[in-house]
Write a protein that binds this ligand. Structure first.
Ligand code: NAD
Ligand code: UDP
Length: 336
């Protein structure tokens, strides 16, 4: 089976490519490398001993995309390509909508033209906004609070409309919680441009000495230690979720939403402690004001993915920290 992976050079995409190759899939990756490096693709091939095909193409380049579909008989698409920085999306909404929504429209149009109707899409728990309670199930109301989240919801809706118009489509909308960690080899991992927005890469960079200290955004939330609680999921567990979703699409048309999380939340200070233990380094921090738009607590009810995909997250927090640290300490400046 031949799978087109958009955004495959990125953090989650590269780990998913690794699992796909391991499971015997043929892969074609398209990525414009706006937030990644081709080196990740070299390393995925090194680790697996298997080949993939890489094309540096932007999803906004309709002709380039068309050529890929024309020259390869693609069976299914996993669509990771997108911009993902919440703050940047607030500052540059049109850029985000254009990249994430128009890029997805171009992809779906090419799929339609070439009769490819199996799609796995990277959505996000961000679509739930501030949930009225936790854990979050897939039928919770959606109300994203920023352009990034709204771009994800728009693509979800485009997918639902595609199926409504043509019932041969099989689409999995995977709502990720907080992906962290790295492959155990320490050869691929998360390599953010500039200052990391997310907690794990920020903590890793403090531990490795690239940043002086972590700002803990708020210690007055209604959580047990006052800091924000999130559902951190190992990126390899997440990657396997994509393979399970792909398998299910073979037999089930429709649009299917799945939460991919562990079902348990950890506070910022719990993560700091776990990371210090894994790395043997002190993670200096200071309590700072709340980050605008942040919510107190967010974690998944992943039961639907358990029942329908036969998937559950297996990897514990200790290994998430061990693996994130191995990647960071072996590659202090990322892929450079
Ligand atoms: P990433 O930035 O590492 O990977 C995204 C990849 O898409 C990058 O390699 C980038 O170069 C590529 N890309 C972006 N726009 C493109 C375009 N127009 N054409 C071609 N390539 C393009 O991010 P990630 O963490 O691996 O996230 C993958 C997907 O999962 C994204 O859609 C993201 O929104 C979604 N997601 C991520 C998280 C998270 O916390 N990492 C959480 C929920 C959802
Ligand atoms: N966080 C923090 N300092 C940082 C980055 C994040 O205290 O430098 C907190 C943030 O307020 C949230 C948690 O860590 O409670 C996870 O944040 P992240 O940005 O990784 O994920 P998201 O907010 O998207 O769930």
């Amino acid at each position: 089976m031949k799978v087109l992976v958009t955004g495959g050079a990125g953090y989650i995409g590269s780990h998913t490519c690794l699992e796909l190759l391991g499971a015997g899939y043929e892969i074609i990756v398209v990525d414009n490398l706006c937030n990644s490096r081709e080196e990740s693709m070299k390393r995925v091939q090194e680790i697996t001993g298997k080949k993939l095909i890489f094309h540096k193409i932007d999803l906004l380049d309709e002709q380039g995309l068309d050529n890929i579909f024309k020259e390869s008989s693609i069976d299914a698409v996993i669509h990771f390509a997108g911009l993902k920085a919440v703050g940047e999306s607030v500052a540059m909404p049109l850029h985000y909508y254009h990249n994430n929504v128009t890029g997805s429209l171009n992809l779906c149009a090419a799929m339609l033209k070439y009769g490819v109707t199996k799609l796995v899409f990277s959505s996000s728990a961000t679509v739930y906004g501030d949930p009225h309670t936790v854990p979050i199930t897939e039928d919770f109301p959606v109300s994203p609070t920023n352009p990034y989240g709204r771009s994800k919801l728009m693509v979800e809706e485009i997918c639902r409309d595609l199926y409504a118009a043509d019932s041969s489509w099989s689409i999995a909308l995977l709502r990720y919680f907080n992906p962290v960690g790295a492959h155990q080899s320490g050869r691929i991992g998360e390599d953010p441009n500039d200052i990391p927005n997310n907690l794990f890469p920020f903590i890793s960079q403090v531990a490795v000495g690239r940043r002086a200290e972590l700002a803990v955004f708020g210690d007055d939330y209604p959580t047990y230690d006052g800091t924000g609680v999130r559902d951190y999921i190992h990126v390899l567990d997440l990657a396997i979720g994509h393979l399970k979703a792909l398998e299910r699409l073979d037999e089930h048309s429709g649009t299917h939403i799945y939460n991919l999380g562990t079902g348990r939340g950890y506070s910022v200070l719990e993560i700091v402690k776990a990371f210090e233990k894994a790395s043997g380094k002190q993670v200096r921090y200071q309590i700072a004001p709340r980050r605008p738009g942040d919510i107190a607590t967010c974690y998944a009810d992943p039961a639907k993915a358990g029942q329908e995909l036969n998937w559950s997250a297996k990897i514990e927090l200790k290994q998430m920290c061990d693996d994130a640290w191995r990647w960071q300490s072996n590659n202090p400046k990322g892929y450079i």
